[in-house]
Design a protein around this ligand. Structure first.
Ligand SMILES: CC(C)(COP(=O)(O)OP(=O)(O)OC[C@H]1O[C@@H](n2cnc3c(N)ncnc32)[C@H](O)[C@@H]1OP(=O)(O)O)[C@@H](O)C(=O)NCCC(=O)NCCS
Length: 438
């Protein structure tokens, strides 16, 4: 009887909730039910019954979300013994550890990803480099065993790759940060898709993660599986009108869909030739401590956020040519670092063009002494100066403040954010996500 009460659907509770709430406790409960209901409606694609792989994993299901007796926190609490041996692969394949310090191996991974990540037929194809992989996948205390793939036994050709890093994520309600595996890259050769290789790699990654006594994870994906905690949209902002037009990757249209001449478009997307903020300069090694403090304080306002140590700031945020650009604003009188912005570089190849399209992806931005719009206008100006063609940003954190104002346009590219083995019943709004999953 008690169990049945626990399983009562939120939707039924909503029907019973006819009177307006009277006490603060009742108002809180009504809000909880409203949040849960809207999350369920958003992801209601019968996820619980159609996902053969994901239903075997400790992920929140729609039915669990509606069960008011289940609390936020780990989904599976009892830690079973970790399987010692790798999962079995089909007989003509074998697992391969991908040592990204080895030039030959990191090139193989970069080539495999570049050739297979984007499906054929897309105008822009993701291009991976050794430097990017090392930045994304080798932060301090990374586990080399979390970078692995599948190769053909006979030829040793790499046909699949998965890469993750240890991450410390603060989840709403948790006073402590949670040690998680952030899975950043997963790719299976185009010709081997839908044969359960991807699922096998995720299982094997999980085994390797648990071997390090880590039981939670975080990842983002373009597909819906049970059940996202948040969904965000990428927006892009044109920087190089002429090149994008010449490459045929952009039609000369204004944000409201009207055709424009090249001159009008150039005028519309013009950015200042120099920075307007005094004290705006490239981040230096000596800024690491100040930036660690700034970013720690800033991210504490979001419900799900990365927790950066100074070593991670040094790794992820110090500028690296062709990979990550970071800028600080320094107060002329006190010499203190007050504001920060950053973007990472991602290249896309374009069919029949030799030159790639250069994207700046917004990373972390913190404005404490000026409007965020001003800081980001300087970031755009810097990106233009550094010959980026497009600036992209997801509508997470406070990015929504500047996107429309600075002429970004929403794209169809949406990503869903997931926590593995971590329940968060009401999910979070994109503007409450404080982690950028590369
Ligand atoms: C994503 C990818 C690796 C899946 O590999 P695959 O071998 O075709 O997949 P499988 O046949 O093993 O089935 C995959 C399972 O994972 C799910 N899945 C597919 N894409 C996924 C993703 N991006 N994240 C998480 N799960 C995913 C599928 O829904 C399926 O689970 P289900 O049966 O419970 O629904 C493959 O499609 C790919 O390489 N895509 C291009 C790169 C990419 O988009 N990578 C993901 C983002 S980093």
């Amino acid at each position: 009887m008690k169990k049945e009460r626990g399983k009562k659907k939120v939707v039924d509770e909503v029907k019973e909730e006819e009177d307006p709430p009277r006490s603060a406790e009742e108002a809180k409960q009504a809000q909880l039910i409203k949040d849960i209901t809207s999350r369920c409606q958003m992801y209601n694609d019968d996820a619980d019954s159609t996902h053969n792989f994901w239903v075997t994993q400790p992920m929140e299901r729609l039915s669990d979300i509606q069960d008011l007796s289940l609390e936020d926190g780990p989904i599976v609490v009892t830690r079973s013994e970790v399987k010692q041996d790798p999962y079995a692969l089909p007989s003509n394949y074998e697992w391969i550890d991908c040592d990204l310090n080895c030039d030959d191996m990191s090139s193989q991974v970069a080539v495999m990803l570049t050739q297979n990540f984007t499906a054929r037929g897309y105008m822009l194809r993701e291009t991976y480099s050794k430097d990017f992989l090392r930045w994304a996948l080798q932060p301090p205390n990374y586990y080399a065993s979390w970078h692995f793939g599948v190769c053909v036994k006979r030829s040793k050709k790499l046909v699949a790759f998965i890469g993750g890093v240890p991450s410390r994520i603060r989840v709403r309600g948790n006073k402590e940060v949670v040690n998680m595996a952030a899975v950043k890259i997963l790719c299976v050769h185009e010709k081997l898709r839908s044969q359960k290789l991807g699922a096998l790699m995720m299982r094997e990654m999980n085994r390797r993660v648990q071997s390090q006594n880590i039981w939670q994870g975080i990842f983002a994906s373009g597909v819906i599986v049970p059940t996202p905690i948040s969904t965000y949209t990428y927006w892009t902002r044109i920087l190089n009108v002429k090149k994008l037009l010449a490459f045929g990757v952009w039609m000369s249209q204004s944000p409201d869909g009207k055709d424009m001449s090249v001159e009008t478009a150039e005028k519309l997307y013009k950015v200042p030739g120099k920075m307007v903020t005094p004290g705006f300069r490239k981040m230096l090694p000596s800024d690491v401590s100040a930036v660690t403090q700034l970013i720690g304080q800033y991210l504490s306002q979001f419900e799900v956020a990365e927790y950066f140590t100074s070593e991670q700031v040094q790794h992820f945020l110090l500028p690296r040519q062709g990979v990550i650009d970071s800028y600080v604003v320094v107060n002329a009188v006190t010499s203190s670092v007050s504001d920060f912005c950053s973007f990472y570089t991602f290249y896309y190849s374009c069919e029949s063009q030799k030159e790639p399209v250069k994207f700046a992806y917004s990373f972390y931005n913190i404005a404490t002494t000026m409007p965020l719009v001003q800081l980001m206008m300087d970031a755009l100006a810097m990106a233009k100066k550094e010959k980026f063609d497009t600036f992209a940003a997801a509508d997470i954190m406070e990015n929504g403040i500047f996107l429309e104002k600075l002429k970004f346009e929403a794209t169809p590219n949406r990503k869903h954010l997931y926590l593995y083995n971590q329940r968060l019943k009401t999910g979070v709004k994109a503007s409450n996500v404080g982690v950028v999953l590369i």
